[in-house]
Design a binder for this molecule. Structure first.
Ligand SMILES: NC(=O)c1ccc[n+]([C@@H]2O[C@H](COP(=O)([O-])OP(=O)(O)OC[C@H]3O[C@@H](n4cnc5c(N)ncnc54)[C@H](OP(=O)(O)O)[C@@H]3O)[C@@H](O)[C@H]2O)c1
Length: 236
């Protein structure tokens, strides 16, 4: 089952999946709406009878310093999509996932491990997500599997163009641009699928993201300076 706010955008993908011999259905879903998320899970079970993987990918970002924000509603919108959206989807899915020892795959971010400038609200949502998933795993870890994906910068997606500016409107296609540090969408997707097949509990893309908690502990000043340089390069 494929879900996005605009179902039409996924019809072509569903068609391509169909050509490869599998069945894919599209269910338009706004993850900020609890009842739409319940319907998504109900329709999935009606059609496929079981739920093995729940992949939580919906996300919204920002690119503005906190002291320049003019519309604080940005923070609520980010939390609604990136955090509440996940809660809304997982809750109705739990009974079905438990029944087959299914897997919750959450597309988190390196920003669940470290806050980054111009992303105060986004970093906060990914930290919230991490706390929620850690606690849920303590409660359900013997009945459900968890895979948390922690990408750094990924190019080739709409995240940056849709990122919110000071007044809550999307950044569009202007600067900032990705640098050579960004991982391609293809590489990112391939690593996620491989991690699902291997039954991994976490995947860091690129692998160096895994070192962030240690670097925070051992060389916090160096790490902060490195991230600052990366941000400056993207804004050149
Ligand atoms: N790109 C990166 O550098 C990067 C790095 C780390 C983590 N991530 C995470 O990766 C995930 C995917 O992002 P992406 O880079 O692929 O960006 P993207 O191309 O903008 O994809 C985001 C997806 O979220 C959907 N979405 C947004 N609001 C929604 C809502 N209210 N209900 C349902 N769907 C909604 C969008 O669908 P619509 O067409 O309906 O808008 C879109 O398909 C996000 O969770 C993001 O935080 C991305």
């Amino acid at each position: 089952m494929l879900a996005a706010r605009d179902g039409n955008a996924l019809e072509e993908l569903a068609r391509q999946i169909g050509e490869r011999g599998a069945t894919a259905l599209v269910q338009p879903t706004d993850v900020t709406d609890e009842s739409q998320c319940r319907t998504l899970i109900t329709r999935t079970i009606e059609r496929f009878k079981r739920l093995d993987y729940l992949v939580l990918n919906a996300g919204l970002s920002m690119w503005v310093r906190f002291d320049q924000v003019t519309d604080l509603n940005i923070f609520r919108r980010l939390m609604d999509v990136n955090y509440i959206g996940v809660v809304n989807c997982i809750h109705p899915a739990l009974p079905y996932l438990k029944g087959v020892c299914g897997t919750i795959v959450t597309i988190s971010s390196a920003q669940a491990l470290i806050g980054i400038s111009k992303h105060t609200g986004y970093s906060a949502t990914k930290h919230a997500l991490r706390g929620f998933l850690e606690a849920l795993e303590v409660e359900m870890g013997d009945q459900i599997r968890f895979l948390t994906v922690m990408p750094g910068w990924v190019s080739g997606t709409k995240l940056r163009a849709n990122a919110l500016r000071a007044d809550g409107t999307p950044l569009g296609t202007s600067k900032p641009r990705h640098t050579h540090e960004a991982v391609s969408l293809e590489e990112c997707s391939t690593r996620i699928v491989r991690a699902m097949q291997e039954g991994a509990s976490a995947v860091y893309i690129p692998r160096k993201i895994r070192a962030i908690p240690w670097l925070k502990l051992l060389v916090p000043g160096w790490l902060r300076a490195k991230i600052k340089r990366s941000m400056a390069q993207q804004e050149k």
